[in-house]
Design a protein. Structure first.
Length: 397
C-alpha cells in the first residue's frame, strides 16, 4: 500500500486526535487520490464529521473505513494470538491480521489521552505490512504499559489494546451534529484568527504578519472599556483605544478579516482608516471581490422603518439564514432605531449550528462588553423583531 502523505503526518503531529472536522479542513488542499489513502489507512485517527468532509472533497462514502470497534479485536484471525500460540511481528504475512493490530494501535493513539505518538503510525498507517514503524509503535506501547519490549504483539499486548479501547467511544465519521462543508482557505484563516484573538491576552497576544508587517492584538482590546495604546491593523487601519469606551464589534470583525489578508472595506478617519459600522459593513463587504452575499433580510416595518416587523414568516427566514451559516462566514445585523445610529452588531462564525438545535445557534466570535469571546447566538437572540436587517456574507477566496 502507498505511504500516507507527509502533509497528513504533519497535520496529525500538530493537532489533537481524533482529528476534528475543522482541523481536517486542511485535507482540502490534497488530491483525491491522497485522500483515498487516508480514508483507507488512517480512519482511526479521524473524528466525528470528517467522513462527511471527505465525501464533500470527492471521496466515495464506501471507500471510507469505519473506525475500529473493540469487538473487532475478537475476530478469529487473532484467536491464536489471544490464546498465546502466535504473535504478530515482522515475520507475519497475514495482511488482514497485521492491519487489524495496526488499526488498534492507531485507535489507542486517537482515543486514549497520553498515548505514545508512535502509535499514530504517521508514515504508513494501517497498511497491513508489519515493518519498522509498526515494530516501533508496539515497543512504545510495551514501554507505556510496562510490558517486555519485544516489538511483537502477543497475548499481553492484545489484552492491553482491548483494555485501553473498551470504554472509549468510537467516533462516528458521519455523525457530527452540525453541517460539515469544505471551507475556502480564507474561511479557514478567518476561523483560526478569530479563535486565536478570543484566546489571546495582553501578556500573550495573537500576532501575525501581513505583507511583511507584524500585527498583534488580544481579546480585551475589543471590550467596551478603554485599553492602552493604538490598535494597528493592515491597510492603514488604526483605532485609539485609550479614550472613551465604545462597542467594538465592527473593529473585531474587520480585524479578523484584514489579518486573514482578505478584502475588507475601510474609510479614512483622520490619521488612520476605519472599518464601517456594523449596519453598513454588510453592504460594503458585499461589494468587495472575493465575497458572496449569501442572504440579506429586510424586516423593517414599512410604516416605521425604525422598528422590525415581527412575524412567524420572518422568524422562519431567520432560522433558514442561521442554519446556512458556516465557519468563516460573517453575520451583520442592524438593531431597531434610526439609521446610522451605530445600532448594529458584527459576528464571525467559528462553528455551524447543530442540526438538532431548535434555536439554530451557530457559535460566533464577537466583541462583547468585557472582551472578544465565542458565544452561541440563535433565534432567541435574533428573531422575534429584535433586528431589522441581516447580512450573511461568505468568503470565496
Amino acid at each position: 500500500m502507498p505511504a500516507l502523505p507527509a502533509a497528513f503526518a504533519a497535520l496529525i503531529a500538530d493537532q489533537p486526535l481524533p482529528l476534528d472536522d475543522f482541523a481536517a479542513q486542511a485535507l482540502g488542499d490534497l488530491p483525491r487520490s491522497t485522500l483515498l489513502v487516508i480514508a483507507r489507512q488512517a480512519a482511526e485517527l479521524l473524528g466525528a464529521g470528517v467522513g462527511a468532509l471527505l465525501v464533500e472533497l470527492g471521496v466515495a462514502r464506501d471507500a471510507i473505513r469505519a473506525p475500529l470497534a473493540v469487538a473487532e479485536l475478537r475476530a478469529p484471525t487473532l484467536s491464536a494470538v489471544r490464546a498465546g500460540r502466535a504473535v504478530v511481528d515482522r515475520a507475519d504475512r497475514d495482511g488482514a491480521r497485521v492491519q487489524l493490530v495496526q488499526r488498534a494501535l492507531q485507535a489507542v493513539a486517537a482515543r486514549v489521552p497520553g498515548a505514545p505518538v508512535e502509535l499514530r503510525l504517521p508514515a504508513w498507517g494501517s497498511d497491513g505490512s508489519f515493518g519498522a514503524e509498526a515494530s516501533a509503535a508496539v515497543t512504545a506501547l510495551q514501554r507505556w504499559r510496562g510490558l517486555p519490549t519485544s516489538g511483537s504483539v502477543g497475548r499481553a499486548e492484545l489484552a492491553a489494546l482491548e483494555e485501553l479501547l473498551r470504554e472509549r467511544p468510537v467516533p462516528d465519521l458521519f455523525g457530527a451534529d452540525h453541517p460539515v462543508a469544505a471551507l475556502s482557505k480564507g474561511a479557514r484563516r478567518i476561523v483560526g484568527i478569530a479563535r486565536a484573538i478570543c484566546a489571546a491576552t495582553a501578556a500573550a497576544p495573537f500576532a501575525t504578519r501581513v505583507d511583511g508587517v507584524r500585527y498583534a492584538c488580544h481579546a480585551q482590546q475589543f471590550g467596551v472599556a478603554p485599553t492602552p495604546g493604538t490598535l494597528r491593523l493592515p491597510g492603514g487601519v488604526g483605532y485609539h483605544l485609550a479614550g472613551a469606551g465604545y462597542w467594538k464589534c465592527n473593529v473585531f470583525g474587520g480585524a479578523v478579516v484584514s489579518l486573514a489578508d482578505l478584502p475588507v472595506p475601510t474609510f479614512q478617519a483622520g490619521t488612520y482608516r476605519h472599518f464601517p459600522r456594523a449596519e453598513r459593513f454588510g453592504d460594503a463587504l458585499a461589494r468587495k471581490a472575493g465575497w458572496q452575499l449569501v442572504t440579506y433580510l429586510d424586516h423593517r416595518d414599512p410604516a416605521d422603518p425604525e422598528r422590525a416587523l415581527a412575524s412567524a414568516a420572518n422568524d422562519r427566514a431567520i432560522a433558514r439564514l442561521l442554519a446556512a451559516v458556516r465557519p468563516g462566514d460573517l453575520l451583520f445585523v442592524d438593531h431597531p432605531g434610526p439609521p446610522g445610529d451605530d445600532g448594529g452588531h458584527t459576528r464571525v462564525c467559528t462553528r455551524a449550528a447543530r442540526t438538532s438545535d431548535a434555536d439554530k445557534a451557530p457559535t460566533f466570535a464577537q466583541a462583547r462588553f468585557d472582551q472578544a469571546r465565542e458565544e452561541s447566538d440563535g433565534l432567541a437572540e435574533l428573531a422575534g423583531g429584535r433586528e431589522v436587517q441581516f447580512w450573511h456574507l461568505r468568503p470565496l477566496l
